[in-house]
Each structure stands twice: as C-alpha cells, then as structure tokens.
Design a protein around this ligand. Sequence first.
Ligand code: F3S
Length: 424
Amino acid sequence: MRLTEDEKAMRDGANGPAVARSMDLLIRYGEALDAERLVETRNVAGAFNASTPSVRHLAEDGFDRVFSELNLDSDDTIEIPRMAVPTCQLITGIDMENSALQGADPALTEMQRQSEKYLGQRGVNMMCTCTPYQVGNVPVQGEHCAWMESSAVIYCNSVLGARTNVEGKESTGAAALTGRIPYWGLHLPENRHANRLIRVEAEVDDMADWGVLGYFTGFAVEENRPAFERLTHQPNLMKLKHFGAAAASSGGVEIYHMPGITPEAPTMEAAFGTSAKPEAICFGAAEKRRTWERLQNATDRKLDFVMLGCPHNSIEQMSLVAELLEGRRIHPDTALWVHTPRALRQIADRSGYTDVIRAAGGEVMSDTCPSISRRLPKGVRVIATDSAKQAHYLPAIAKVQGWFGSVRQCVDSAVAGEWLGVVR
Ligand code: F3S
C-alpha cells in the first residue's frame, strides 16, 4: 500500500503508540482489501462505549484496556489519546435514563456511565443513536467518512452523497485516531453507480410503504446498487430513513439512487454512469402485498409490546406518536416504547410530546433499541413495530412473534391490546 510521508511517520510512532497501532491496523486491513492507499477522513461514527457483560472484565482494568482490545484489536493496553478527527458514538446498549425499565444490571449501567465520561474526555461525541445525521453529524456530498451501522451507511451514501463503506469497531477506532481509512469500495466514484433497476408500479407514499419497498429491494438486489424509476411521491428524510434501513436488512444494500431525489443522480443516465440501464425488476401491487405478508411473523393477535422508532425517530415522528396517543390509554397488558436520539428527546420533552406519550402509558427511550440491547419488557411473546428492519430482526433475536404495520396501526393496536393491522 502506498503511504504518504505523514502516514509513514504515524506508522513509525511519531504520534505515539495508539496512533502507530492504528496505522498498522489500517495498513493490514487495506492490504487485505487490495486498497492502493488510504484516504483522509474527518468524520467517524463508531461503537466505542462499554455496556455489555462481555467487556466487564476488560473495564476492570480501565477503559484504555477496553478501547485497545475492542477498537484497536490489541492484546496490550495502550494509552488512548484524544481522537484526531470528529468522532461520534452510535447506538449503545443501555438507555441511561431508563436503565431500570430496561432491566439493565446497575453495575453495567454504571460502567456505561464511566465509559461515556472516558470517551467524552477523548473527544468522542456521545450522540448515542443510529441516526447521527438527525442530530448534527451531516457530512457534505463527496466527503469521505468511516461509519458503522448499516442504516446509517446507506443514508450517508445515498441521501447525503457522502462516502463510506460499512466499517467495524476496529477500523473506526483506528480511523478516529489517525483520520485515515482504506480507499476502496464506495470511496471510489466508479463503484457508486447503479447496476440494478427497480420499476415502481405500486403506490409508495406513506412511511410503511417506503419500509415495504426497502424490504423488497434488499431481497431483490442483495448487495447491488439499485436505481428507481416511476416513483410517484417525493419522500422526505423519515421515509428515506425507513426505506434504507429496510433495504440494508433484507439485503446488503449500501447505496441507491433515485433520479431527481438523491444527489448523485440528477438523471437516470447519471445514476448508471457509462453502463446501460439493465432490465427492470418490477415492484407492483402483487410484490407489495407479498412483501407486506413476508414482514408478518406472527399468528397470535394478543399484543405484549409495541416498538416504535427504528431507526430512531425524528422529532416529527415523535410529534405524530403524541398526536395519535393524545387523550388515549394504552392497554394495561401492552407496553409501548418509542425510541428517539437523546438530543431529540430533549425537544420531545420541551414540546410536551413525552408527557402525552407517558400519560397514555408509553415510554420514550433513547441511546439504544431492543435489537441492540436485547432488552424487552418482561414476558413479551408478541410484538408489533412500524419498522421493517425491527420486524426483520427482533423475532429472530428475541424469539418473539412480530407484526409489522403503519405507526397508526401500531398505536391503535397498543391501545386495543391486540393487533388490528390489515394487509394492504
Ligand atoms: Fe437503530 Fe436499532 Fe433499528 S440500531 S436502525 S433502532 S435496529
């Protein structure tokens, strides 16, 4: 791999042992990927926080030990300096304001609190959400990033036109300390063009429709790069957030193009670059219905738990949930958790949304989600969610039955204590 003089100096220890270890890791990683060089990044989103039982023994030796092992793949404990470039923490395992409700071990909660403090002192912004782009981390078009979390990566590449592969804990740790990441995959302009075409012939308008289209897309194109034609409705941030999370769950989609909507595809020709448009895959009424049915992994209608906010809700989504719950009462046998970034929870609190949701018997959660934390209310057998991604993962992770529907169907069902959704 070709290194600049600065990179060679970092590798050789000019900036201390943690940076040297990081460069060594990035060089080995880049060579395994056949990357010719590294590229500078000033935007890292990773997972650094210690919140799980499996790292408790490491944390007993201090958080340098945790970072060294988890984020630099080092058996030796290295003193970790301040991050070299802007870096944020993605989602964590414990909601720091609702840990008791989650049933989290108080010792683990304290470990996470100390870990947050340690990371903050080293310049890691504790956003604690899978949607850093909702709370201030918004890279510009063409910017090279090093992000983890599939739903964030597909948003970063497609909606923002910034550039990242799906990174891991180690590569984001090394990127944060060096400001470098291997130049391969979606960092290269020629790898970003579409190579699949989806023709939309069914109505795709509300949030649930966009989740269903995303879920269909992942199965249809797997790890390829789809472009879309005949979209009839303009999506917004929330719809693209749901769409991308679903496409990255059922398949490995990391970038897509919607001509006239996403920044790298002003036209269909631009989406495909020099390649010809391939034959279209149709998403019509039959495909929409089949995909909707595929998202239903339940038979029992008695509902124990409703999960909203995957990916974490925007403030508009929090407003909608509060509006739907205003003056109503959730069934006593059903729990409702609504997830939003901790920064947006403050706005939800100040706007009165949290009070309305709590008065109805629901909870507003931050920092985590049931799929990541593996913490649900006790005794849950049947869940419902408005997220195709959560409907995909939670039944398998938590061994529960799962219904998928619109946010209105989920809220109405939470109030009734039974699933009221219908297939569209
Ligand atoms: Fe975020 Fe958890 Fe969904 S990490 S995208 S809320 S599965």
